[in-house]
Write a protein that binds this ligand. Structure first.
Ligand code: XMP
Length: 510
């Protein structure tokens, strides 16, 4: 099956990824490319969407492209900045609005006969976010929707499949945005909506078989969703030629190493568990600075992985679970450094390993990775796991890390996480965990005065981890879990709950 696709050109809008998400929800594959690095057009490309932008088309250095690459050749939809660019480069006029329009607006008139506006009600709510407005359009531009304050809310260029809209159909506040995108992608571009998790698995497995042949691949499993799905997919393609390595770095959750290893084996993966706890504890000895701890763990991981990979004779590929947002951000309009946090483990392993890289999930968003995992039969226990940082409990133990502290925190964390699962709260929070604080507090137990450790519990709701709110867990639950921790974990006499949002705080404490 050749994959039909929509090309989305990114001019830097905060909503560009959302356009891609919405198109894919229509079961149509799409790719985002920066406006200044347009790929060669193939027959698979069925239409083009021009995104919004924080820039103004009136600026001398405004992002621009040669629109003749697409116009009259492929259906074209300009969104916000994209629409303004279409209008301006055709002889229309774009001016600064008296006030920046941001938020909900209602369409007034809508041209029902327009293919783009089919099924869109007049008075439909849309989401506006613009400082400039198209004030005049050339004679062959037909206005197909207006609002009270924006006369050119949508236009169609006569005799060509070129459209522009001032509002953002990709934002859920545009209540019929999905209908509009369906009109464009399916009716106007003619995409057949056959891109599904099943079709992705089928075509990716075939591609992997062709690409990898009888070659051997090594892949580091972390217990998380991405590496697990990547491994299962590659395994489906090449079976035992995929060698997985799961390293116990000593800062995993309680029983995680044995539990996860077991479930990987049940899945039929060729996986080797490597107990490297001591090596990691040695590397962490005396380190208190969070970045130093991260670096020590990263470096030790590479050493252990490299050693293990060398034991696999003739291995030539490194499998990775990189997903699409990492890829988009590394080639974004703003450049790689603007968006990638230094602590996120993008970039893989060092050059000296001389392995070619295979990343079968690098076109998928997180929820699509889960859907593919489901298709591949991965258990919910793996697919529904909370995110867990690569440096694990080491960045939840504030200050220096010792095996004794790890053990205390593992016990606390397990009581918290199991409590969340027992009470049906686990799937309602995005991420949860416990922090071991570098302070001791006074308490009483029986007749004895105690002077012991304090732990902080953290649970957040979030969509992508970039922003987060503290989870409003029921008081009764917090009371029970606090009692349980203090009664059962020796060395802890106080539990606090973190009620900070991100920003200004972060999810982890280090
Ligand atoms: P913060 O603390 O920045 O965390 O709000 C956002 C998300 O990233 C995870 N995180 C990490 N993941 N290596 C990782 O692989 C790290 O060093 C790291 N630090 C934070 C964090 O758990 C949350 O999901």
């Amino acid at each position: 099956m050749t994959t039909e696709q929509i090309l989305i050109l990114d001019f830097g809008s905060q909503y560009t990824q959302l356009i891609a998400r919405r198109v894919r929800e229509l079961n149509v594959y799409c790719e985002i490319h920066p406006y200044n690095n347009i790929p060669a057009l193939t027959p698979n490309v069925k239409g083009v969407i021009l995104s919004g932008s924080p820039s103004s088309v009136r600026d001398a250095d405004a992002p621009n492209i040669d629109l003749s690459l697409f116009r009259q050749k492929l259906p074209l939809l300009g969104v916000c900045y994209g629409a303004q660019l279409l209008a301006q480069t055709s002889g229309g006029e774009v001016q600064a609005s008296a006030i920046r329009e941001y938020g909900r607006a209602k369409l007034g008139t809508v041209t029902a006969g327009s293919p783009l506006m089919q099924g869109i009600d007049s008075h439909s709510q849309v989401w506006m976010s613009h400082g400039d407005t198209i004030t005049s359009v050339p004679a062959d531009f037909e206005i197909i929707a207006s609002t009270d304050s924006v006369r050119v809310a949508a236009f169609h260029v006569a005799n060509e499949p070129t459209y522009g809209i001032q509002f953002h159909p990709e934002v859920t506040h545009s209540l019929q945005g999905k209908v509009l995108l369906h009109n464009f992608v399916v009716n106007i571009c003619g995409c057949s909506q056959n891109w599904t998790a099943d079709s992705f698995v089928e075509s990716t497995v075939a591609q992997l078989q062709q690409k990898l042949g009888n070659d051997k691949v090594v892949l580091g499993l972390s217990g998380g969703v991405d590496s697990s799905v990547a491994a299962t997919l590659i395994h489906r393609a090449i079976g035992k030629n995929l060698y997985c390595i799961f390293v116990d770095n000593g800062v995993l959750r309680k029983d995680e190493f044995s539990g996860v290893l077991e479930s990987y084996k049940t899945l039929g993966l060729n996986v080797k568990g490597v107990d490297a706890k001591e090596q990691f504890y040695t590397a962490l000895t005396g380190l208190t600075d969070p970045e130093a701890k991260r670096k020590a763990i990263g470096k030790t991981f590479i050493e252990v992985f490299d050693q293990e990979a060398h034991l696999i004779e003739g291995v030539s590929w490194l499998g990775q679970g990189t997903i699409y947002p990492d890829v988009i951000e590394s080639v974004s309009v703003k450049g790689p450094s603007a968006t990638i946090k230094s602590h996120h483990n993008v970039g893989g392993l060092p050059d000296f390993m001389k392995l070619k890289v295979v990343e079968p999930l690098n076109t998928l968003f997180k929820d699509e990775v889960r859907a593919v995992g489901r298709t591949l039969g991965l258990p919910d226990a793996i697919l529904g796991r909370h995110p867990f940082p690569g440096p694990g409990l080491a960045i939840r133990i504030l200050g220096d890390v010792t095996p004794e502290k790890v053990q205390i925190l593992q016990e606390v964390d397990a009581l918290f996480i199991n409590g969340l699962k027992r009470e049906g709260l686990y799937d309602k929070v995005w991420q949860a965990g416990a922090m071991l604080l570098p302070v001791q507090s006074v308490g009483v137990m029986g007749d004895e005065r105690t002077y012991e450790r304090v732990v902080a519990l953290r649970a957040v709701t979030s969509v992508d981890g970039m922003t987060a709110d503290w989870a409003h867990l029921p008081y009764e639950f917090l009371a029970d879990v606090s009692n349980e921790i203090i009664n059962r974990v020796k060395g802890v006499n106080r539990v606090v709950y973190d009620i900070s949002s991100k920003p200004p705080a972060t999810i982890e404490w280090e």
